[in-house]
Write a protein that binds this ligand. Structure first.
Ligand code: SAM
Length: 237
């Protein structure tokens, strides 16, 4: 069924469009149709997004919308939406606004009474959670913790007695230190480490934090990682 607010309305609409986290086939038909139909695509990195658009032969113009230009660019995008043009917001991978730029643009659009429509699809958080093998009736998504160990340990200490499963993003350069801090603050809990999901070197490690650290020390970490950690004091063997 085509939604009544799908692109065709005369009113400018902001679409929050999820794109693949690796495999280009992980995009919905509705996302492709929306990306084709809108007047402009606001992308975190236009070069990156153009590869996706080229793959699907989508010729819609793009403009950049990233952390550093959010305020001024947001104002320009809102002005354009007000003229009746529709805009799709995309990030480099997954769902915009989830540990990605977009929050300010949404706030500006809400303030200006501009309709906002999600075009749901992949997110690394949900993909990793879905294969972790840990309880997920509810969970806590923490995204990136601080890159600084002292602050990161304090953030972890605040989460130590959280009973729900926890999900984090971390860069390959810091993942071993991150897991070291997790071991120190949480103890040797069950984890699932999802690497390069949907890509050629996709891998999911399930085991204890100490085992994960040993494995990562044997093979230097490469690629993108999402870490899912059992809540307190549950242990899933
Ligand atoms: N908005 C995105 C989403 O919905 O998935 C997340 C953006 S955040 C800047 C990027 C982080 O997501 C990466 O540093 C990594 O932790 C995680 N990530 C992205 N792609 C991934 C993949 N294919 N496999 C595992 N983790 C991934």
């Amino acid at each position: 069924m085509v939604h009544s607010t799908d692109v065709s309305s005369t009113e400018g609409v902001l679409y929050i469009v999820s794109t693949p986290i690796g495999n280009l086939e992980d995009i919905t038909l509705r996302a492709l149709r929306t990306l084709k139909a809108v007047d402009l695509i606001a992308a975190e990195d236009t070069r990156h997004t153009r590869r996706l658009l080229a793959h699907y032969e989508i010729g819609t113009p793009t403009t950049s919308y990233f952390e550093g230009n959010q305020i001024q660019k947001g104002e320009k995008l809102v002005a354009r939406l007000k003229t009746g043009d529709s805009i799709a917001l995309v990030s480099d991978a997954g769902t915009p606004t989830i540990s990605d730029p977009g929050y300010r643009l949404l706030a500006q659009c809400i303030e200006a009474d501009i309709p906002i429509i999600p075009i749901p699809g992949p997110s690394a958080c949900i993909a990793a959670a879905s294969v972790a093998g840990l309880p997920l009736h509810n969970f806590v998504f923490e995204g990136f913790l601080s890159p600084k160990s002292g602050r990161r340990k304090r953030q972890l200490a605040d989460l130590r007695e959280e009973k729900r499963t926890l999900i984090f993003y971390e860069s390959p350069y810091r993942i071993i230190q991150f897991l070291g801090d997790v071991l120190e603050v949480f103890g040797d809990r069950q984890v699932a480490i999802a690497r390069e999901l949907t890509k050629k070197f996709e891998e999911v490690f399930r085991g204890k934090v100490t085992e994960a650290i040993e494995k990562l020390q044997r093979t230097p970490p490469r690629g993108e990682f999402t870490i899912v950690i059992a809540g307190y004091p549950l242990r899933v063997e």
